[in-house]
Design a protein around this ligand. Structure first.
Ligand code: GAL
Length: 922
């Protein structure tokens, strides 16, 4: 190891340490269950001990349906992502449906009260056994939430119209029930009791003690119900939740089940409404900031009440809270059975601003609002927030606290790979940590609201977030997607989404849609956009809106509607470069300048770019000479093994390689930056091979291993970090004497390549070039070394050696100590090595895992999109030398977990992980 490597490792080490300290703090803050004093509010996580039952097929399911759905006709799996969305089908309601009882749940989010839904008489489902207290569910599966019923598989290998590669080949469609008894003590009989569900996929309907209370169809929404009228105080109360996840409902893996947290919230009759605060900051300068808080107060009592409202502001430093201000108390009368809005402001001196690292720090505050009736505390409500100024300049991009921040963003889907849709904080943290290491500073939540805890993480880590709500509006992309409910639910979904998320400093923009079909329908489509835009502005006048466009052009009505122009692929041009010209589909020349000219007052953002594809560590020959080419069988694509070459030059038909994207952004400095499609691989959408299970788009594979592309982005996004990365690996026994192109990604500007000590020449990057290529290297085994320079000075090195035969396994983890909370995870990498500890880049040995101690193996993976071994399997083949094991702690069980990996002919490996109880202090 030379001095540069040591410096590089030290720098990475310091960065990881800094990040880790932020993460620890944030995890502690998030994991805390907010149990208030008995005279105030209690927010109780009720994730444990649910009973679960799923029907074997949709035909077998009960008839308690939300609505009738159109019949599934054709198989649309593998339809190009940018195909034109089509008109909704007309459906005749021929059956008894429960929708009229569910729609009133959203009334709170419909502004015009004359449009509120009135609950019909009757109580559908009351005689159905599953909703009854005395139903014996002891044979149902006992599970804890968050739960994804589909992730365990098996993978569906057929090509059917219900679920194919697009939806990840996993059994997410279906009808299922969740049941749980909740005891509500007598002392609570004056309380209001709410159920908050952060995400249930999908068409949730909730019964309590046999009464249909309500529900919410959109699977990505967070929502809540007032259970109070149906509660039996001093007794067990039976919750029964029915979900119905349609087939062909998504272009990616949606997951199935109650896949996020569920809370029981108990309040007094006078209380702050759920998501009922809105904090805005104005006039943010270095030594002062104006803070305004709006608070909605509910009065569910029988009389008007005089209330005193006191809000105190605390800075959050690690685990410590420090009071820094108290807003002027507000005294007001709250009318019974009404909502009352109050407002209060204060100027804070010397605020600690929230901003993105590495140049800024994500400082956070919490506002604690207390309600008093006759001097008695009746409610306490906490709102975390940050103080920051953010400016959107159409000519020069985004400025956070006066500093221009280039958006170095990625798109992320909601799934967590082998863990599926079930949210897990540690897994999300792992995603963000690796992205940060690459230099990423922004996330677009493609194409739906994320888990609330995800935004807690982006707040505490300082990522900028484009918070997106919909992938479709009225026109459909798949036969049974969200378009079925858009007409009746868009307002409730949008208002609920913004109210939930508008205090997060990391959220910088609302995205109201992705590549929606309404781009194609002229003024009609724009009118729908306008309606959504108006709603968004009513809920949050402070943040800009956008909707991503892959089709709308500057002269069309659609782009006029939103504040920010978000372009998917159109900036670089779609199917326009020579290599793409013969392809069918949308064709567009590069459009950044045309949009800038047509909308000189609007910021332009690249909301999706690249859509490059690759299988980690797989290289296919010949290699295109171009800087970007569509993947085809034989050109970048191996249809037999379902692999795509990792030379990182190949893309979806509408995409552009990273190199081409960088050049286009650099030539258009008015563009605020962009979001790569995609940061991590995700389940479903396995373009170009739909018989696989997961995508090829990620910069990081599904198991969390870095593809070569990771280093290309790092070289561009973190030019100050000395680094160089060689590809491909150097094990080409069959190709001795043949040409194997060698490419290098470096943050330097020149480099010299050596093969077995012989120089193959020094090359430098020309303007708008982002990789160095030696395309005519004649293969001989041995050592390939690159020495990179920056401004003429030695900058970084990388070495790749021909590995010998596989001899041993090695287990490694960063998670050596985990919490004994039944949720914390250790991500363990398994490497197959030769006798000199080189990873064997072609090894695909079958590995068997076993475990002892207070932990369980919950999933294994290897990042190969074509591996259809179920995720919970304790045996898995390595993919190009690597595999992953995910271990979960057990609740309250401390001790040492020993994980063993074994494989025929290889030396096995054992790893020990400590599992410790953690106390969460207030
Ligand atoms: C875009 C779409 C994304 C994803 C991507 C790659 O058109 O917005 O959701 O499908 O293509 O296929």
């Amino acid at each position: 190891m030379n001095i540069y490597e040591i410096i590089r490792l030290l720098r990475i080490g310091i960065l990881i340490f800094l990040i880790a300290s932020i993460f620890n703090v944030s995890i502690l803050a998030i994991n805390k269950i907010n149990k208030g004093s008995r005279n105030s509010r209690e927010k109780i996580l009720i994730n444990e001990g649910w009973r679960f039952y799923k029907y074997n097929s949709i035909e077998e399911a009960d008839s308690l349906i939300y609505d009738v759905r159109p019949e599934l006709k054709e198989n649309q799996d593998g339809k190009p992502a940018d195909a034109e969305p089509t008109e909704a089908e007309k459906i005749l309601i021929t059956k008894f449906v429960l929708k009229p009882w569910i729609l009133p749940t959203g009334n709170e989010f419909i502004k015009d009260s004359s449009k509120h839904y009135i609950r019909p008489k009757g109580n559908p489902g009351e005689n159905f056994p599953f909703v009854k207290l005395n139903y014996d569910d002891s044979k149902w599966e006992l599970i804890n939430l968050p739960h994804d019923w589909a992730i365990k598989g098996p993978f569906l290998k057929n090509n059917d119209k219900e679920v194919g590669g697009g939806m990840g080949r996993l059994p997410s469609p279906g009808v299922a029930w969740y049941r749980k008894k909740i005891f509500i003590p007598k002392e609570d009989s004056n309380k209001c009791i709410y159920l908050e569900i952060e995400g249930a996929m999908s068409y949730a309907m909730v019964w309590l003690n046999g009464h249909l209370v309500g529900g919410w169809p959109y699977g990505y929404a967070s929502w809540y119900l007032n259970l109070t009228p149906y509660i039996k105080f001093g007794e067990d109360n039976q919750l029964a939740i029915r979900l119905d996840n349609p087939p062909a409902s998504s272009r990616w893996y949606p997951g199935g089940g109650i896949y996020r947290n569920v809370w029981l919230i108990k309040t007094n009759s006078i209380h702050v409404a759920n998501w009922g605060t809105f904090i805005t900051t104005k006039n943010v300068i270095n030594n002062s900031a104006d803070i305004n808080i709006e608070i909605i107060i509910n009065n569910h009592s029988k009389k008007n009440e005089k209330v005193k409202v006191i809000t105190e502001i605390f800075s959050l430093e690690g685990k410590k809270k420090k009071k820094i201000a108290e807003l002027k108390p507000v005294e007001t009368t709250i009318i019974n059975q009404k909502k009352t809005k109050i407002e209060s402001s204060i100027t804070i001196k010397n605020p600690k601003l929230w901003g993105p690292p590495p140049t800024q720090f994500p400082n956070l505050y919490v506002a604690i609002t207390k309600l008093f009736v006759e001097n008695k505390l009746v409610d306490t409500y906490e709102t975390k927030f940050g103080i920051r100024s953010i400016k959107f300049n159409p000519d020069s991009g985004i400025f956070v606290n006066g500093e221009r921040i280039e958006i170095k963003g990625v798109n992320l889907h909601h799934d967590l790979g082998a863990l599926g849709a079930a949210f897990n904080l540690k897994a999300a943290l792992r995603q963000l940590k690796l992205l940060r290491e690459m230099g990423c500073n922004a996330i677009r939540t493609a194409h739906n609201p994320p888990a609330p805890e995800f935004l807690e993480l982006t707040d505490s880590l300082g990522f900028l977030v484009v918070d997106e709500i919909f992938d479709v509006w009225e026109r459909k992309k798949t036969p049974l997607d969200f378009h079925l409910i858009f007409p009746e639910w868009h307002e409730q979904d949008l208002r609920a989404f913004i109210r939930r998320d508008r205090n997060h400093p990391s959220v910088i923009m609302w995205s109201l849609g992705n590549e929606v079909g309404e781009q194609y329908t002229g003024e009609d489509g724009a009118a729908i956009g306008k309606r959504l835009n108006d709603i968004a502005k009513e809920e949050d006048p402070t943040r800009p809106t956008t909707a991503s466009m892959n089709y709308a052009k500057p002269d069309m009505p659609f782009p006029k509607v939103f504040d920010v122009i978000s372009l998917n692929y159109q900036g670089e041009g779609i199917r326009d470069a020579e290599e793409y010209k013969d392809l069918q589909g949308i064709k567009t020349p590069p459009l950044y300048s045309a949009f800038h000219k047509a909308f000189p007052d609007k910021l332009i953002l690249s909301s999706e770019n690249a859509a490059a594809v690759s299988s980690r560590g797989t290289y296919i020959f010949p290699v295109t000479k171009s800087i970007s080419a569509p993947v085809k069988d034989g050109l970048g694509g191996d249809p037999k093994n379902l692999y795509v070459s990792a030379y990182e030059l190949y893309t979806a038909p509408f995409g552009s390689s990273a190199d081409k994207v960088f050049a286009t952004l650099d030539k258009h400095p008015f563009v605020a930056g962009g979001f790569v499609w995609s940061g991590w691989d995700y389940l479903g959408e396995p373009t170009p091979y739909y018989s696989a299970r997961s995508s090829y788009f990620g910069i990081i594979d599904l198991a969390g291993f870095k593809k070569d592309r990771f280093y290309l982005y790092q070289s561009y996004w973190r030019p100050e970090i000395p680094m160089a990365h060689i590809l491909p690996h150097w094990n080409w026994k069959e190709s001795t004497g043949k040409i194997i192109p060698v490419h290098v990604f470096t943050s330097g500007d020149e480099a010299e390549l050596f093969l077995n000590g012989k120089s193959l020449g020094r090359k430098s990057k020309a303007r708008y070039e982002y990789r160095l290529r030696w395309d005519d290297v004649v293969y001989e085994p041995g050592e390939l070394k690159v020495v990179a320079y920056k401004n003429g000075k030695l900058w970084a090195e990388d070495i790749v050696r021909t590995a010998g035969a596989p001899v041993q396994l090695k287990l490694e983890t960063d998670d050596k100590i985990i919490k004994a909370d039944g949720k914390d995870l250790a991500f363990i990498t398994v490497k197959i090595e030769d006798d000199k500890e080189n990873v064997c880049p072609l090894a695909d040995n079958l590995i068997k895992f076993s475990i002892e101690g207070p932990g369980e193996i919950i999933a294994t993976d290897n990042g190969n999109p074509a591996d259809l071994t179920p995720f919970p399997s304790h045996q898995r083949r390595a993919f190009n030398g690597l595999a992953l094991v995910i271990v979960r702690s057990m609740k309250d069980k401390e001790g040492i977990i020993r994980i063993k990996a074994e494989s025929e002919f290889l030396k096995s490996s054992v790893l020990e992980i400590k599992c410790k109880k953690v106390k969460y202090s207030d």
